[in-house]
Design a protein around this ligand. Structure first.
Ligand code: GAL
Length: 958
């Protein structure tokens, strides 16, 4: 074999063992994970001197297996979304091909049986050539797929066994692994030696069907050798291959993940299984699980950890599953490759529906007009069918897997058809999905990504634009629809979640979807002076990269939930609590097969943000899909602004959350809010050499600006229109607002004071705010007066001058306060941030945060941290005391230790340093957020028009 042919081959490896299920068996297994000897090279043609046992590797480094070498100081991570970071000339790859040579010596433990054994690689990125004791076993392809080699002949019963592996970063496989993620290499999943006893079980296939009409199940467990299957709980003890009919079984679903322990045994080996009975069908154009329409409340999950990359541990996987369950997520698409097999076991156990996707993406061929796209090139047929086969064979026994996906963004063509044909024949029990061929000729479910709400609604109504081919059109029109990626969770946002959910819940054909994506792929890094941040594309000196597009998740890289995830939890609530319209509450059970007995209902009454009473609400059990009306509790009298919060919480511990965990909640205002009347103004103006005292405030007559408030030095107000563009404003793959805003000069407004008038009871300051080279701008008039209770009233009237097209980023005023005022208490929505189309999870209440805590640390700094519908706020600190602001109507509030302009310039949070001020921004409106970073922009009701607004504020000392 030539030095290159193994990694530049279209064909799948000839010497690998046939793909089979990932089985839990009592046959001896030896994990070879640990610290291996490692030698790194920039090219793949280094000497093969290391493959024999005699080679002296004492001078080599050590590298953990599993891991990616780039995360241990060899080479560097690189991020591209679509583009291949090498020239397109399949199956050839560059000479510069980072390569890791590995060696690992091990001994067989006492009692290891003689006879057959296999060596299993669960994941090596991207191709590995393997020797045991100097005997070449073959090579692997399919980075996220399992490969097994028969090692019977090469294995030594006594003494050291030496495993030698050469892993290359680039291989032919790289052309079909162009997923939007870091390029990271190495043996990143475990390596096992598995004894294969004579008469042992090679493969097992479970078919466990549920009949929702009779409540019975049908079980067929097939094995490749004569064996017996036993399910003690069901009294099953049968020959493998036999079909057992069970008059009564409890079905498996994501809501009730009922599993039955089973064994399959021969005299030589016992395999342990966890069986879930369930059926997946498409019935009358609707995808059902156990006869009921399924609604995917899903997320797309890449495997990721900020230190380990895709070498995730069991704890990482468990944390993902728990966090998903805690946030009302019921399904996951394994974008864009089969996950570590343990993840699917956890999905079976905890209850998550899975769309299991093949390890396939060729998106970068779009950039060369799909010339030589592997999806339609016969040279690739075997390799692509091999990938599908290995996906299905490995994962076929998981009840959680309800759909197979052929891959992602690979165009269309004969090889996808071949993959589909193979999968359909092999596993008729699960429908197929593949997003990128919009004709759906090879699949059973229609799926698209990032459609607008209007396009989704058209599909819901069956009114989507027709395909050219009437037969294909009719076929597709009869298919259920899954929005396989939507609501791009990059940076601040996404907006529009509730509107999507409403559509999915209205039209039976729309079976929900999967938010893009679960977690930001930011890699933990440190500045020269040791401060931690999360790196994204370009931070490792890549020539070609896609910047922070790699950070578009609902979790921050350290798995802290983002405000977007809290919103998603709210939108995905399986129980809806709403006012009944007649003074009571309606509780709707949106579960598919659970009642509400697992939930307790509680209420909390807050008056002006103070808790004044709480109690439990009696709610009778409600069948799935039904509603009940309950009376409100008898409540004590409250003042002007009271809120009743009603929560549904877990009554008992679940494996994924403790008793008391909130599943759903709602907040009802009690009584209408009356805007507080400002106390009458009093004559308290005093001029003092170019300055005017107005109540507790001191204004500069020349600039019209407030310079002191009581003892505090202040500078402001200044009209604030700019916001540090969000990823959704920048919109790399959508309609971007940022360039329009910059072209309009909104980031370089100049402020002109036209008139400062000192009247008998106050000061009026007229300003015009506009950019150079434009005839459009804003007029801001500030009217100051003193209040009888020692307050200082400021009315800001903002109007449009000339031609200024909307939407605008925001409209508000900013004040510089002393940095020692670094604590904020507010009565308004909180505790998290909220923009017109986000903050769905926030509630009105009294909240307290330090200024530092009010910042949301998006990986790429951008507008964040705004609190909405604020009635009043205090900003205090230092030796005590501070400032209070009341709004006649609610306002938006942002407090930062740096300016919006500094935020705009920063590339990482570590670029931002406190400048000694607390910048307090009080706004009358913000533009919505949308999800144009990849997808539709802000929906019309959430756009901020260029139109007159007023802020009516009162400042007092506290
Ligand atoms: C999709 C793709 C994903 C990801 C996303 C944008 O087109 O399937 O892998 O790139 O866009 O973040």
């Amino acid at each position: 074999m030539s030095e290159r042919s193994w990694y530049e081959s279209f064909a799948p490896p000839p010497t690998a063992q046939p793909a089979r299920a990932w089985l839990d068996s009592d046959a001896p297994r030896l994990s070879l994970d640990g610290l291996w000897r490692f030698r790194y090279a920039e090219r793949a043609d280094g000497p093969l001197d290391f493959t024999g046992p005699a080679f002296d590797d004492a001078g080599w480094d050590r590298l953990p297996v599993p891991s990616h070498w780039q995360l241990h100081g060899y080479g560097a991570p690189a991020y591209t979304n679509i583009a291949y970071p090498f020239p397109l000339d399949p199956p050839r790859v560059p000479n510069e091909n980072p390569t890791g040579d590995y060696r690992h010596a091990f001994r067989l433990p006492d009692g290891w049986p003689g006879g057959r054994a296999v060596l299993r690689f669960a994941g090596a990125d991207s191709a590995a050539r393997v020797w045991l004791n100097g005997v070449e076993l073959g090579w692997t392809t399919g980075s996220r797929l399992t490969t097994e080699f028969d090692v019977t002949e090469a294995l030594r019963a006594d003494g050291d066994n030496v495993l030698a592996v050469r892993v290359v970063q680039w291989s032919a496989g790289s052309y079909v692994e162009d997923q939007d993620m870091w390029w990271l290499s190495g043996i990143f999943r475990g390596v096992d030696l598995i004894a294969r006893p004579d008469g042992g079980i090679g493969d097992v296939e479970v078919r466990a069907d549920y009949d929702h009409v009779t409540g019975g199940g049908t079980l067929t467990v097939a094995a490749d050798v004569p064996a017996r299957v036993r399910v003690p709980e069901l009294g099953v003890d049968a020959e493998c291959g036999e079909t057992v009919r069970l008059p009564r079984v409890e079905p498996w679903s994501a809501e009730r993940p009922r599993l039955y322990d089973a064994t399959v045994s021969t005299g030589a080996e016992t395999v342990t299984l966890r069986i879930g009975f369930r059926s997946v069908r498409i019935d009358g154009g609707v995808l059902t699980v156990n006869g009921r329409r399924v609604l995917f409340r899903g997320v797309n999950r890449h495997e990721f950890h900020p230190d380990r990359g895709r070498a995730v541990t069991e704890e990482d996987m468990l944390e993902d599953v728990r966090l998903m369950k805690q946030h009302n997520i019921n399904s996951v698409r394994t974008s864009h490759y089969p996950p570590h097999p343990r993840f699917l076991e956890l999905c079976d156990e905890y209850g998550l529906y899975v769309v299991d996707e093949c390890d396939l993406e060729t998106h970068g061929f779009d950039l060369v007009e799909r010339r030589d796209n592997p999806a339609d090139d016969p040279r690739w047929t075997d390799a692509l069918v091999d990938r599908m086969r290995r996906t299905v064979e490995r994962d076929k026994n998981h009840p959680s897997v309800v759909l197979w996906s052929l891959g992602n963004e690979s165009g269309s063509g004969r090889n996808l058809a071949a993959m589909a044909r193979w999968a359909r024949h092999r596993d008729p029990s699960r429908p197929l999905l593949y997003e990128r061929d919009w004709t759906c000729r090879d699949v059973d479910v229609y799926s698209r990504m990032y459609l607008t709400h209007a396009e989704i609604e058209a599909i819901g109504r069956g009114e989507e634009a027709p395909l050219d081919d009437p037969a294909l059109d009719a076929r597709r029109r009869a298919m259920p629809f899954v929005h396989v990626e939507y609501a791009h969770a990059m940076g601040n946002g996404p907006g529009g979640l509730a509107e999507y959910q409403r559509l999915y819940e209205t039209y039976p054909r729309l079976q929900g979807g999967f938010v893009w994506e679960w977690i930001d792929h930011g890699l933990r890094a440190r500045t020269a002076d040791g401060r931690e941040y999360f790196a994204y594309g370009g931070d490792f000196g890549e020539v070609l990269h896609d910047g922070n597009f790699v950070a578009d998740g609902l979790l921050f890289p350290d798995r802290t939930p983002s405000p977007g995830l809290l919103d998603l939890k709210k939108v995905f609530e399986p129980v809806r609590i709403t006012p009944s319209g007649d003074g009571g509450l309606t509780i709707r059970n949106g579960h598919v097969d659970s009642g509400l007995s697992h939930l307790d209902f509680r209420w909390i009454l807050e008056d002006g943000g103070e808790v004044v009473a709480r109690g439990a609400l009696e709610v009778t059990d409600v069948p799935p899909g039904e509603s009940v009306r309950v009376d409100l509790p008898v409540l004590p009298a409250t003042g002007a602004e009271a809120y009743l919060t009603v929560q549904a919480v877990l009554a008992a511990d679940e494996p994924w959350a403790k008793a008391g965990h909130e599943v759903a909640a709602t907040q009802l205002p009690l009584g209408a809010r009356r805007p507080p009347e400002p106390p009458p103004a009093r004559m308290a103006i005093r001029r003092d050499g170019g300055r005017v005292h107005v109540g507790p405030g001191l204004l500069d007559e020349r600039t019209g600006r407030l310079v002191r408030l009581g003892g505090w030095e202040v500078d402001g107000p200044r009209l604030q229109v700019w916001r540090a563009p969000t990823d959704n404003d920048r919109a790399p793959h959508g309609e971007a607002l940022e360039p329009r805003w910059r072209a309009a000069g909104l980031d370089r407004l100049t402020h002109r004071v036209d008139e400062v008038t000192v009247t008998g009871d106050g000061v009026v300051v007229r300003t015009r705010v506009a950019p150079a080279a434009s005839d459009g701008g804003l007029l801001a008039t500030y009217t100051w007066s003193a209040l009888a209770d020692d307050g200082l009233r400021l009315v800001v009237d903002i109007d449009v001058a000339g031609h200024l097209p909307g939407p605008l980023p925001m409209l508000g005023v900013v004040f510089a306060l002393p940095g020692e005022l670094d604590k904020v208490e507010w009565f308004g929505r909180g505790p998290g941030e909220a923009y017109p189309d986000t903050g769905l999870a926030t509630r009105t209440g009294r909240w307290f945060r330090t200024v530092a805590e009010m910042q949301t640390p998006y990986l790429f700094p951008q507008e964040n941290g705004r609190r909405a519908d604020v009635r009043w706020a205090t900003v205090t600190g230092g030796q005590g005391g501070g400032v209070r602001v009341d709004g006649r109507t609610p306002f938006g509030l942002t407090a930062r230790p740096w300016t919006a302009e500094a935020l705009d310039k920063a590339a990482h949070p570590t670029d931002l340093t406190a400048d000694g001020h607390t910048w307090l921004t009080l706004d009358a409106g913000h533009n919505g957020i949308g999800s144009a970073s990849c997808g539709p922009g802000v929906l019309p009701p959430y756009l901020l028009p260029a139109a007159p607004v007023r802020l009516d504020l009162a400042f007092r000392l506290v």
